[in-house]
Design a protein around this ligand. Structure first.
Ligand code: ADP
Ligand code: ZN
Length: 722
């Protein structure tokens, strides 16, 4: 037989089928080890055929197959091809998405252990062979037992019985189980009428995609779990995607309790071996539910019965390395292939998703109330300009302090949220709240320290740094930005006895870093949790009754057309952490811009109001979903080489632009906002498209422009424009 092989080398020069002779047992989807050039490499069998056009004496043979069975099923093979075409990447690169990285690098493999079992009848034991008799009885009771354990308890008796032929030893797969011993109690709940209605709606709609828009605490998780249970009952499988950060110990225990070993969990907190084994369990059908962050959308499942994307608005669903896929697109293809439903859930759907639902493309379902009609927390907006006026220069308003004291005195917990993301700082007038904005785009400007100027990240326009406020003439022009660390030290000064935990990128590195902090907070080892957006999502802490948003402006004026949307989402999400159990929750929202419509809508949990306002603005300014932002990033260590590549890329793109100018709303080349990352110079061609039909040509150009030392890639509506 002949295997058509794609070698696992992500380079366009070798991005084609190579024929190899192989045994009959080789099938499509298998990995193979093959001779390639003067060395050996692994590859993927795309298909097998009878004959090859390669002359017999030139045809090389497959050395061996490293795995048991095929790593990729037919659906995954087809999907890999589609992804390679869509994003113009070598097939090897898209095939890699479907395997745990550890498997490719060969750094992990299956683990085995020896177990002993009985093979014969009870022999007549001599009086001295008491240990042998005991071991025999033990095995009779226990079946298969690891030899190590037997040696420890019964010593040489094991070998004696093996010699007698009464006991045999064999090798068995030993799976590394990441959550052994962790099992929560899972009360079997009766769905509320609203939840049942949601389940029925999703099951019966003709539309493939449902958007489940439910306020925080409305019981969306229970809806997902019911749908997953239904799929399993029908003999199908399920994919449950959540942002990495939501994979909390609580969530995992809940899933384990409900589905036991049927659930395989894939996330970055696992060791390489654990991840590999969880993947194997899915591939072999032992586990039926793949739970994980965005990469779990590539789970090796067959007969998928339902796919859930929880917190669908979350930025982590957009891949930030090549191929830069959107998880929804992949999930949609899989749902279509399997003829199953795709459920998107959120309390704050992305503007784009909501529009598609409203336009009738998706089925729209609402869960407007919390379980047991628990009230949503009340939100107070605090005007921080007044605090400054009163001489309070600390990060905590008088109201927040007061509420914090009450909260701690009543034995409850508080979360303080500080949205400091990215490298950039916004310029804001402390007297009137004025924020420096671009003249051509509705985005705020970013201060660039090295040049001491302000820049617009959307069109590249530069402005002089402000020495005084153009609105009120005040001189208290500041960059906003206190870090979480400073907040913690301030807290310690004000409340010396309060126990404070900090959660941000710095404190959560390492295996299960997030889990550890969240677990400690859940176990009441701290009274206050201070953190970045990591604290905002999905957690269910019954004792939290106060949430403080220290600086709502920080994300509001982030230089991005989506900053309003992000702020609304963050504020709603973080507010949703408060008052989930017995006591009513409260939220204090500190801002220099108390009249801001986004914050007003968020304070009233008015998603529809927010949406209507936001979508009409996007329509007026022609930003997504009414246009698509595309950027081609060119980066390399040598500046001259990088500029040379940029010139070539730009010229080719410019030709497309000239041929179809009316399809572009914006087109220009410039430095990337972060000019250098890890010693690489970064330039970009930034485009805003009115017509996405031109997208394919843009990808084609970028695929043509290959350089040894310069990287060129395309991003669509990137969630991070640094
Ligand atoms: P969401 O995901 O919409 O934010 P959750 O799924 O976390 O909401 O549910 C909120 C709370 O309500 C959780 O504590 C959950 O255990 C509880 N809950 C959900 N469904 C039910 C039900 N049918 N009966 C009782 N409690 C429920
Ligand atoms: Zn601009």
């Amino acid at each position: 037989m002949i295997a058509e092989v794609i070698v696992d080398i992500a380079h366009s020069d070798v991005d084609k089928i190579f024929d190899y002779g192989c045994e009959d047992t080789v099938t499509a989807g298998m990995r193979v080890v093959v001779p390639f050039g003067r060395s050996t490499t692994t590859g993927f069998v795309m298909s097998v055929k009878e004959t090859s056009a390669v002359p017999k004496d030139k045809l090389k043979n497959v050395y061996r197959c490293p795995d048991r069975g095929a790593a990729l099923n037919d659906e995954c093979l087809a999907l890999a091809k589609k992804i390679a075409q869509r994003y113009r990447v070598p097939l090897a690169l898209s095939l890699r998405l479907f395997l745990p990285a550890e498997m490719r690098t060969g750094k992990v493999s299956e683990t085995y252990s020896n177990v002993a079992y009985l093979t014969g009848e009870m022999p007549v034991f001599s009086k001295t062979a008491r240990a042998q008799a005991a071991l025999f009885a033990y095995l009779q009771e226990r079946g298969e037992v690891p030899t190590g354990e037997l040696r420890e308890s019964f010593g040489a008796a094991l070998d004696a019985l093996v010699k007698k032929g009464v006991v045999a030893v064999k090798k068995v797969r030993r799976l590394r189980d990441p959550y052994r011993g962790e099992s929560g109690e899972q009360p079997l709940r009766t769905l509320t009428a609203a939840q049942q209605n949601a389940v029925d709606g999703i099951t019966s709609t003709e539309k493939t995609v449902t958007l489940l828009h439910g306020v925080t605490g409305s019981g969306k998780t229970e809806v997902y779990l019911t749908l997953i249970a239904q799929a399993l009952k029908e003999g199908r499988t399920a994919v449950f995607l959540v942002p990495e950060i939501s994979l909390t110990p609580q969530m995992l225990m809940q899933l384990r309790a409900r589905f036991g070993r049927s659930a395989a969990i894939l996330h970055s907190g696992l060791s390489a071996g654990e991840r590999f084994d969880e993947w194997q369990r899915l591939r072999e059908g032992e586990a039926k539910i793949a739970i994980g962050a965005r990469s779990a959308v590539f789970a090796p499942l067959e007969k998928i019965g339902v796919i859930v994307i929880d917190e669908e608005h979350d930025g982590s669903y957009l891949s930030e390395s090549s191929p830069r896929y959107n998880t929804f697109d992949i999930a949609y293809l899989r749902a279509k292939y399997n003829g199953c439903k795709l459920v998107l859930g959120s309390a704050t759907p992305s503007v784009e998703t909501y529009k598609r639902a409203k336009d009738g493309e998706f089925f729209l379902l609402n869960l407007p109330d919390r379980i047991n009609a628990r009230p949503l927390p009340s939100v107070s907006i605090v005007d921080m300009r007044r605090e400054v006026g009163r001489g309070n220069a600390s990060g905590f308003s008088a109201l927040l302090r007061e509420k914090l004291e009450t909260c701690l005195a009543s034995g409850n917990q508080a979360i303080l949220f500080l949205n400091r993301r990215g490298y950039s700082q916004t310029v804001i007038c402390r007297d009137c709240g004025y924020v420096a904005k671009c003249e051509h785009c509705d985005v705020s400007l970013t201060y660039h320290a090295e040049e001491d100027c302000l820049k617009c990240h959307y069109c590249g326009t530069r402005y002089k740094m402000l020495r005084s406020c153009p609105e009120c003439g005040g001189v208290h022009v500041r960059y906003t930005g206190t870090g979480t660390q400073r907040v913690v030290s301030e807290l310690k000064k004000i409340y010396p006895s309060a126990r404070v935990l900090r959660m941000d990128v710095d404190t959560t590195s390492g295996k299960e870093g997030h889990f550890k902090i969240l677990k400690r907070f859940a176990d009441r080892e701290a009274d206050i949790l201070v953190g970045t957006q990591m604290v905002a999502k999905g957690h269910d802490f019954p004792s939290v009754t106060l949430v403080g948003v220290l600086d709502a402006d920080m994300s509001l004026h982030f230089p991005d057309y989506r900053s309003g949307e992000r702020t609304f989402q963050l504020v709603t999400q973080v507010a949703g952490r408060s008052g989930r159990a017995r006591d009513r929750g409260e939220v204090v929202l500190q801002t220099y811009d108390p009249e801001n419509y986004i914050l007003r809508f968020a304070a009233h949990y008015d998603y529809t109001g927010f949406y209507e306002h936001e979508i009409s603005m996007r329509a007026a300014t022609l930003f997504p979903p009414y246009a698509k932002i595309v950027r081609v990033l060119v980066s390399g260590e040598d500046e001259r080489e990088t500029l040379g590549a940029l010139k070539e890329v730009y010229e080719k793109l410019h030709a497309i632009y000239l041929a179809d100018t009316e399809k572009f709303l914006f087109f220009n080349k410039m430095h990337a906002p972060v000019k250098r990352i890890q010693n690489k110079h970064r330039y970009q061609v930034l485009m805003r498209l009115a017509d996405t039909g031109i997208l394919k040509e843009i990808y084609d150009v970028c695929a043509e422009c290959k350089y040894k030392n310069v990287l060129v890639y395309t991003e669509e509506n990137p969630s991070n424009l640094s």
